[in-house]
Ligand binder design. Sequence first.
Ligand SMILES: *[C@@H]1O[C@H](CO)[C@@H](O)[C@H](O)[C@H]1NC(C)=O
Ligand SMILES: *[C@@H]1O[C@H](CO)[C@@H](O)[C@H](O)[C@H]1NC(C)=O
Ligand SMILES: *[C@@H]1O[C@H](CO)[C@@H](O)[C@H](O)[C@H]1NC(C)=O
Ligand SMILES: *[C@@H]1O[C@H](CO)[C@@H](O)[C@H](O)[C@H]1NC(C)=O
Ligand SMILES: *[C@@H]1O[C@H](CO)[C@@H](O)[C@H](O)[C@H]1NC(C)=O
Ligand SMILES: *[C@@H]1O[C@H](CO)[C@@H](O)[C@H](O)[C@H]1NC(C)=O
Ligand SMILES: *[C@@H]1O[C@H](CO)[C@@H](O)[C@H](O)[C@H]1NC(C)=O
Length: 206
Amino acid sequence: MAPPIAAHLTVFALLVTVSAAATVYHNHTVGGAAGWSFNSTTNTPATNYSSWASDQTFDLGDYLIFNTNSNQTVVQTYNKTTYLNCTADDSDNGTFVYDGGSRVFGEALTIAVPLTIVGPNYFFSDAGDGVQCQRGLAFEIDVQRGLGLPPSLNQPPPPPYQEPPGRDAAQSPPVAVAQSPSGAAFATRADASVAAWLLLLLLQFQ
Ligand SMILES: *[C@@H]1O[C@H](CO)[C@@H](O)[C@H](O)[C@H]1NC(C)=O
Ligand SMILES: *[C@@H]1O[C@H](CO)[C@@H](O)[C@H](O)[C@H]1NC(C)=O
Ligand SMILES: *[C@@H]1O[C@H](CO)[C@@H](O)[C@H](O)[C@H]1NC(C)=O
Ligand SMILES: *[C@@H]1O[C@H](CO)[C@@H](O)[C@H](O)[C@H]1NC(C)=O
Ligand SMILES: *[C@@H]1O[C@H](CO)[C@@H](O)[C@H](O)[C@H]1NC(C)=O
Ligand SMILES: *[C@@H]1O[C@H](CO)[C@@H](O)[C@H](O)[C@H]1NC(C)=O
Ligand SMILES: *[C@@H]1O[C@H](CO)[C@@H](O)[C@H](O)[C@H]1NC(C)=O
């Protein structure tokens, strides 16, 4: 029969896992080893970016790291019409083009894009008159609140900033745990619960 300790250990492990997942920001390397790349000879993207994105969780304060070259652009938009049409409209305040400012073909670039708004974020390349995007150099993610924005990103501009919509807006009292800039309050609380569980475990063993 399963001893009660096993059950406690399971809960304990779950608790530690949940705490660990929620205390740090992540950098996501877009496309993994394939990078952000398009082969204009075969007219194919280097990997399936929708499939890449579907494997992970994206939170406020995370960065997308695009390992690419100047043959591609990185367009970030909150406008689904823009995304589906594969064209970057400069007049739209919800669309940002990161092209690295390079003027030569094939120059290696690393573009880091911070996630600063909760909800759907769309990314595509508008190089090649939209062909790269139409052929799959594009993906959508759904950004979660996570720990909230870190202080380094929680100020206007740059980068593109908007007060994240949501329940903890100005009228309600701030949620100290979620908004703790360094995550220190959260860590302290997690440590306290870990300590409590350890104590419980010790008691079980006696
Ligand atoms: C994530 O990327 C940003 C922007 O390049 C960088 O400042 C930060 O140090 C990176 N964080 C980690 C954990 O690599
Ligand atoms: C594009 O694909 C062709 C055919 O597979 C290959 O020969 C070529 O090296 C590729 N180009 C780049 C830039 O990867
Ligand atoms: C890419 O992957 C998604 C599922 O993650 C799939 O629906 C789609 O058909 C794939 N695209 C291609 C071109 O294979
Ligand atoms: C999205 O982009 C389209 C096309 O540029 C524009 O007509 C529309 O107003 C934009 N929507 C928002 C919410 O900005
Ligand atoms: C859609 O893209 C075409 C070019 O491919 C452009 O002429 C048109 O203005 C775009 N429409 C919107 C709504 O952005
Ligand atoms: C764009 O500007 C409009 C009007 O000022 C504002 O309501 C909207 O939130 C802005 N969108 C983004 C993504 O900044
Ligand atoms: C960039 O594009 C140019 C022109 O199409 C092509 O000759 C070159 O091979 C490309 N470089 C890379 C690294 O894809």
